[in-house]
Ligand binder design. Sequence first.
Ligand code: ZN
Length: 58
Amino acid sequence: MLDNRLLEIIACPKCKGDLEYDRKNEKLLCHKCLLAYRIEDDIPIMLIEEAEPITEHR
Ligand SMILES: [Zn+2]
């Protein structure tokens, strides 16, 4: 479980925008860049090259 204070200060490294915490998949989502940053051992991997593209079709 991620610390809420950490979530408040953390931002997308690409657009510096807010991230949404996906508790179910343990990922941080940037809906602007459509990137998902994974969390390993409660540490978010905030690297653009490590991020996965979000594939959500609405
Ligand atoms: Zn972004």
